[in-house]
Design a protein around this ligand. Structure first.
Ligand code: AHM
Ligand code: MG
Length: 346
């Protein structure tokens, strides 16, 4: 039996580009640089158990008051270097940098793209060998050609993304991306050092039986979310079983599982954080774009499509409900019916 032909990330990107005769190949080059950065980060993460000097925090906090892990810093530096080396990116908004990073060199100033990244999401999981990820979101810059980018370039709604994706460093390392023509997945093959095509046009089930939420925050959740959780815990009439709770605490890993199996991920607002935890620009928007391209949905739980929210600041947070379309709609129904107040018996 012949093995099916292996296609690398770079080959697939070039093939896709050739479908657009006027494409200049810039986006393709950019995706290749992201793939390269992901390989470097992957190799470092894989050694985390052997090289304890790279584990743990570096005593610094980011703008959101979260302690930075040493690997957060490392991944941030690698991605930013790779993006600048591409020569087509004019600036980056990163979870790890308080302000946008503006590239001033002549080559970058002529570039057309800006990027929002979470270089290492779920990084507190690394110390215990649990999956983490990198998330990226690509936009065309809006400042005029040759001008330095400003915050305005980054405050575009998610529906303006030209591409987005994530890398999941899990039991295998995968890169999943979209350019708005479906969601495509690649698996890293360490023997040849390449991301190889696994699935084109991924589709997520319309409904599922997995719910992912940090239930430790239960008493601080809005009533609509509490009622939805109770609904998940009751017997589903079709399977005669409750839904299954699965929560890794690593958005990319939780989302990836639900994308494949069908399910919902929820990070709602709580009584102590009125916008939830996740950041619109570099966590919710890219994941929402991928979800929709695979047939899923992403909202804030209040009937607003994530991709249509106009950002007001770089590190803005937003309540996030993403996954199988019917499950997202169900959460919306519960929020409408029971509201987002907090006075409720548990
Ligand atoms: P991070 O970017 O600081 O890693 O935070 C984002 C992570 C997500 O990956 C994950 O889903 C969520 O935070 C978990 O938060 P919590 O521990 O509050 O459940
Ligand atoms: Mg994050």
């Amino acid at each position: 039996m012949h093995e099916s032909k292996i296609q690398t990330l770079n080959e697939v990107i070039i093939q896709e580009q050739s479908a657009f005769p006027y494409a200049k190949g810039e986006l393709s080059r950019l995706l290749m640089h992201i793939g390269l950065a992901a390989k470097i980060v992957n190799s470092k993460i894989n050694k985390a158990g052997l090289d304890t000097s790279i584990l743990g925090s570096n005593e610094k906090q980011n703008i959101q008051g979260e302690t930075q892990q040493k690997l957060d810093d490392f991944a941030n530096t690698i991605f930013i270097k790779a993006l600048q080396a591409s020569g087509i990116v004019c600036g980056v908004a990163s979870e790890e940098d308080d302000e946008i990073v503006v590239f001033n060199d002549n080559l970058s100033l002529d570039g057309s793209y800006i990027i929002c990244i979470d270089p290492l999401d779920g990084s507190s999981n690394i110390d215990v060998n649990v999956s983490v990820g990198s998330i990226f979101s690509i936009y065309r810059k809006i400042s005029s050609f040759g001008r330095k980018v400003t915050n305005e370039d980054f405050l575009q709604p998610g529906n303006k993304q030209v591409a987005a994706g994530y890398v999941i460093y899990g039991s295998s390392t995968m890169l999943v991306y979209t350019t708005g023509y479906g969601t495509t997945a690649f698996t890293y093959e360490p023997a040849i050092g390449e991301f190889c095509l696994s699935t084109k046009f991924m589709t997520t089930p319309e409904s599922g039986r997995i719910y992912s939420i940090n239930e430790g925050n239960y008493i601080k959740f809005p009533i609509g979310i509490k009622k939805y959780i109770k609904y998940c815990q009751e017997n589903d009439p079709i399977s005669n079983r409750p839904y299954t709770l699965r929560y890794i605490g690593s958005l990319v890993a939780d989302f990836h599982r639900n994308l494949l199996k069908g399910g919902i991920y929820i990070y709602p607002k709580t009584a102590v954080s009125c916008f939830g935890k996740l950041r619109l620009l570099y966590e919710c928007n890219p994941i929402a774009f991928l979800a929709e391209q695979a047939g899923g949905k992403a909202t804030d739980g209040y009937g607003n499509r994530i991709l249509d929210i106009k950002p007001e600041s770089i590190h803005q947070r937003v309540p996030f409900v993403v996954g199988s379309a019917k499950m997202v709609l169900k959460v919306e129904e519960f929020m409408q019916e029971f509201g987002d107040g907090y006075n409720d018996e548990h």
